[in-house]
Design a protein around this ligand. Sequence first.
Ligand code: MLT
Length: 408
Amino acid sequence: MALINEHYLELSENYFYTEMDKRINAFCVTHPKSNLILLGTGDVSQPLPMAVVDAMTEAVKELSQKETFRGYGPGQGYRFLIDKIIKDYQSHGVSLVADEIFVSDGAKTDAANIGHILGRDNIIAITDPVYPVYENATIMSGRAGHQTDNGKWSNIVYLNCLPENGFKPQLPTEKVDVIYLCYPNNPTGATLTRQELKMWVDYALQNHSLIIYDGAYEAYITEKDVPHSIYEIKGAKKVAIEIRSFSKTAGFTGLRCSYTVVPQELVAYTLDDEKVQLNKLWLRRQTTCFNGNSYIVQRGAEAIFSREGKKQVNEKIQYYLTNAEIIRTEFQKLGLQVFGGVNSPYVWTKTPQGENSWKFFQQMLSEINVVTTPGIGFGQNGEGYSRFSGFNSRENTLEAMDRIKHWL
Ligand code: MLT
């Protein structure tokens, strides 16, 4: 008799974004003529940088010739891409070696899968609000305990992020083993300064904890005191895994490419207190469960680091940041409490009358055909908030803000 992983039954029926899509699709079926503007999920709208397109076109040609055809690539990623990533880290004063970098097909993939190499009894800490993948993956792995009356999970330590502290978490009062941090933050757009991030690295060093640092929005950092990588903090290589993605950086949401850094110095422990390099375990896991990202996509990702590629990527990022600025400024003018949108494509705002976030989502959808992401999908502290994404086109962003202005 085949048994299931019963922890899957503990999950809500749909992943949060799937639930949103269901509601949007249901609306579209009953209102086929509506002119929807999507400021919800963080999917990009602008085409790939030409440098990426050219590099991939070249790669396709190579694969079409007998002499230059390639089959399986190295599971960890091609050296041509890894070397560019290393150089990029160097520009922020971080030195890494090739076998510390694992090219993958998405930050979400690695953020969810990293738990495979960690013991089941780890106490996991996540922020609230949080990118739902960290909590869902913790539930699937059986580490979450049971769901309590307030919707939280008994074995997860929630790090409250509230407006009064700018949606930045405080250190946990109890000892935790694994901490997921995402900065610039999805969903709130909050950032940590160097000093604030150091506090977390020091906590992890003192408690032998592991930080899983999701830097998917690193390219949106505009302020000087905001570190681009956790490894800019002394000692972080001993305690942190960093995950990055090309999705929001260079429009790869459909193409798929990311990388995860697992430093050689980073260790975790057996029950007998024996130190084990996580790099070795992740390598073992990846070579078994993953065959590497495609040659074509990795050539495309490499092109982002060329002079022309950097320029084109920067233009796209500025474009989305300007959209976020438009959203942010408009909400401020309307007198709403607003966070994010400065080092982030996301603007996090309180609902105007304190409506619950699904209600606000539904009202906006049906009355002005604008889609946002309800804050409750990111945790209890997201209730009464909404996340607006700057990833749509300029025209649509302006049109959506115009509709909102008149509606409110
Ligand atoms: C979001 O909307 O939060 C992101 O697009 C989700 C993701 O990157 O998986």
